[in-house]
Design a protein around this ligand. Structure first.
Ligand SMILES: NC(=O)c1ccc[n+]([C@@H]2O[C@H](COP(=O)([O-])OP(=O)(O)OC[C@H]3O[C@@H](n4cnc5c(N)ncnc54)[C@H](OP(=O)(O)O)[C@@H]3O)[C@@H](O)[C@H]2O)c1
Length: 273
């Protein structure tokens, strides 16, 4: 019987996840399908009920449900518990088990490039859901210090406290200060939504240089202003689509227990831009 997978969220119509997973099923000759299912805020309980009815085999969870989904799990992985959010769910005999592949999906392109994280300093722009998974990732890899720069100061301070609770030195500053100090950090990561609509970089890029590793987790557009300016300053750049692929491959491997066909998934993703 064909196994069905899904991504739930709202908005969902531009999600690239169905393309990525269906291309992988085709490449490996798997009898599976993956659909996008719009579940508006406030309707998660009903949304999950209908997924159970169609005997969904597994699903991804995106904005705005990643945190609330925790309530509906029968079991959750250690990563989910630490981050407090879930993006991948398996359904075995009606038991929902949650995982979070955002954290390792974020780390994967850094590891692929053989860039060391241990004892390095990180400047993280943004303090939303994605930033929390990124903090957990840098903590796991034993970064020396994480500085959070966020528009809303209190949220930045809160995330800095979370980093400290994971054993990493941390502080918070404004986006203006972050621009002035960017040259002091090995990693500079944009986890705000600034750039989605082609806005200018959230910080000044003047201090970014050839020693900087600049990572923008926005994947659409691929070349945000933050990335374009940082490339001009000869920084090593990492694209948001690489994190998207990383988390998708890890979800694929949790569900199917076979190695994800990375190159096929990458090709279809880049074709989707
Ligand atoms: N590549 C991937 O696989 C991947 C995975 C997850 C997310 N993402 C992308 O990452 C981004 C953030 O996602 P999220 O889930 O963390 O969203 P979120 O929880 O809504 O957080 C949004 C963040 O952006 C900041 N922000 C929004 N508008 C701003 C503005 N005009 N100026 C300065 N800061 C602003 C917010 O600051 P305040 O606290 O001040 O509101 C907050 O820190 C989205 O663009 C999403 O598409 C990519």
């Amino acid at each position: 019987m064909t196994k069905t997978f899904a991504v739930i969220g709202d908005p969902i119509d531009h999600s690239l996840s169905p393309n990525i997973h269906n291309a992988a099923f085709n490449a490996l000759g798997m009898d599976c399908t993956y659909i996008a299912y719009r579940v508006p805020r406030g309707e998660l309980k009903e949304g999950i009920e209908s997924l159970r009815q169609i005997k969904i085999s597994g699903f991804n969870v995106t904005i705005p449900h990643k945190i609330e989904m925790m309530k509906y799990l029968d079991e959750s992985s250690e990563e989910c518990k630490i981050i407090g959010a879930v993006n991948t769910v398996t359904n075995e005999n009606d038991k929902l088990v949650g995982y979070n592949t955002d954290m390792d999906g974020f780390l994967e392109p850094i590891k692929k490039r053989d860039i060391a994280i241990k004892d390095e300093d990180v400047l993280l722009l943004g303090a939303g859901g994605a930033a929390r998974a990124i903090v957990a990732g840098f903590a796991k890899e034993k970064a020396h210090k994480i500085t959070i720069a966020n528009r809303t100061k209190e949220r930045g301070q809160e995330l800095a406290k979370f980093a400290a609770s994971l054993g990493v030195e941390s502080n918070a500053m404004s986006l203006d200060e972050a621009g002035q100090n960017a040259g002091k950090y090995k990693f500079i990561v944009n986890a705000t939504s600034v750039g989605l609509k082609n806005e200018p970089s959230p910080i000044s890029t003047n201090a970014i240089n050839s020693q900087s590793v600049v990572y923008d987790i926005i994947y659409m557009p691929m070349n945000t202003d933050f990335i374009t300016q940082s490339k001009k300053n000869l920084a090593t750049v990492i694209y948001g689509y690489e994190m998207l692929l990383g988390q998708a491959c890890l979800a694929f491997e949790i569900w199917h227990k076979v190695k994800a066909p990375y190159d096929v998934m990458r090709k279809v993703l880049l074709g989707g831009f």
